[in-house]
Every structure is written in structure tokens, then in C-alpha cells.
Design a binder for this molecule. Structure first.
Ligand code: FMN
Length: 214
């Protein structure tokens, strides 16, 4: 698989099969992703991989949180504002899902709440004292994880809904206080029967994105 093929193969998967991910595959993905560049090779990423019973306990605790209408507690705050252009694109997401997935689009929220039924979630943390530059490195690392996963035939989704309740994750995964939870990446085998996985997101055109000068 070429890098371009991996870029095109990766897309956010919102329904997984229950089949566990082989530990060797997770190790291969995380070993490849470790080659991600970072500020002065600081490598700020710290990964807590939840699988098996640990992940089921997290899923069940999240279910209780939703039932209690518990307040989300993101450790990397939501942006206070978006640009008009970003808002316009974000408003196209749900219609795009309806376009591609039909009836199944209605299960978007429920699948998020069930951690997409993923058999594994990689929770990516970094030290609280670090800056936005390290968050940049974490983003690059996350994409490396997702591309390496695509090469292994594994599907992924990065999702803030995976890190909405840090108290649950800190308790279950023994995440030390000095680390901040940034993002969760669900990983596993895509459920080909679930219509939600038919969604292919749009992109800005090259002309809208790049200004060439010579
Ligand atoms: C930082 C970040 C947070 C995201 N959070 C969620 C989420 O909570 N739930 C969800 O369904 N998708 C989430 N996504 C997936 C985006 O909706 C998705 O990447 C985008 O629509 C483009 O689609 P694609 O990943 O299939 O190319 C998130 C993506 C990123 C990068």
C-alpha cells in the first residue's frame, strides 16, 4: 500500500466488528507511528491502549454517564469560536452522512455513545505543561497511527466523544495526574454491514486550499 493509497483508504469508521485486534498488529501500528516528527524529537505522545475487560468497563461507565446526563469534561477545551468558513463546512457533515448512509445516519449519536463498539481504543495523552506545539505533534502522531492502521487492514476513528469523561478513563487506565487526555482513536475491523460506514466525507478543492506563487 502506498502512502497515497493509505491516505485514501483511511476514513472515520463509526461501527466496528467485535473481533479483537491482534496485539502484534497494534504493536506494528504503534511502532510505525513512533517515527512521527516532533519538536526537537520531544515525542510528547503517551498512549493508553484500552482493550478487553478494561474497555468494556469504560463503555459501561460511559453508558451510565449518558443515562445520568453527566456533563462532559473535555481536558482539551472546545474552541470558543470557529471561522465562518469552518462553520459552513461543519454544517455539511450531517447532510453528507444522510446522503451516503440513509436511515443509518440516525444512529450517529448512539454509535458515538457506544464508543463505536470498537474492540480497542488508543487514548493519546501528553504532559499538561506542554504547549500547542506538542498538540501539533500529537495530531501528526494520530494521523501516523491511522495510516499505519490502514496498512494493517484496520479501521479507525479519532473522536472527542471518546474522551468526554476523563474521570472514567483516569480510574480505569491509571492515567497519572500530570498527563492531559487529548484524543481517543478507536481501532478495529470495520463492520461492512453497518450503513454508517458508507459515509465518505467531502474535501475543499485544491484551489480553495492552496495559493501558489512564483
Ligand atoms: C480532533 C477530531 C475529533 C473528532 N471527533 C469526532 C467525534 O467525536 N465523533 C465522530 O463521529 N467523529 C469525530 N471526528 C471525525 C471527523 O468527523 C472526521 O474526521 C471528518 O468528518 C472527516 O471525515 P473522515 O475522517 O472520514 O475523512 C473527529 C475528528 C477529529 C480529527
Amino acid at each position: 500500500m502506498t502512502v497515497t493509497e493509505a491516505l485514501n483508504a483511511r476514513r472515520s469508521t463509526r461501527a466496528f466488528l467485535p473481533a479483537p485486534v491482534e496485539k502484534e498488529k497494534l504493536d506494528a501500528v504503534l511502532t510505525a507511528a513512533a517515527r512521527t516528527p516532533s519538536w526537537a524529537n520531544s515525542q510528547p505522545w503517551e498512549v493508553f491502549a484500552a482493550t478487553g475487560g478494561a474497555l468494556e468497563r469504560i463503555r459501561s461507565a460511559y453508558k451510565d454517564k449518558y443515562a445520568q446526563k453527566a456533563k462532559a469534561d473535555l481536558e482539551t477545551p472546545r474552541p470558543a469560536r470557529w471561522t465562518e468558513a469552518a462553520l459552513e463546512r461543519m454544517q455539511q457533515l450531517q447532510p453528507g452522512i444522510k446522503r451516503d448512509c440513509g436511515e443509518t445516519a440516525a444512529h450517529f449519536g448512539e454509535l458515538n455513545q457506544a464508543l463505536f463498539y470498537a474492540p480497542a481504543v488508543l487514548y493519546i495523552c501528553m504532559d499538561k505543561i506542554l504547549s500547542e506545539w506538542s498538540l501539533y505533534d500529537i495530531g501528526a502522531y494520530s494521523q501516523s497511527v491511522m495510516l499505519a492502521a490502514a496498512e494493517q487492514g484496520l479501521a479507525t476513528i479519532p473522536a472527542i466523544t471518546l474522551v468526554l469523561f476523563p474521570d472514567v478513563l483516569r480510574r480505569e487506565l491509571e492515567i497519572p495526574d500530570h498527563l492531559k487526555l487529548t484524543i481517543g482513536i478507536a481501532i478495529g475491523y470495520a463492520d461492512p454491514e453497518n450503513g454508517i460506514n458508507k459515509f465518505v466525507s467531502d474535501r475543499k478543492t485544491l484551489e480553495e486550499t492552496v495559493r501558489y506563487f512564483k
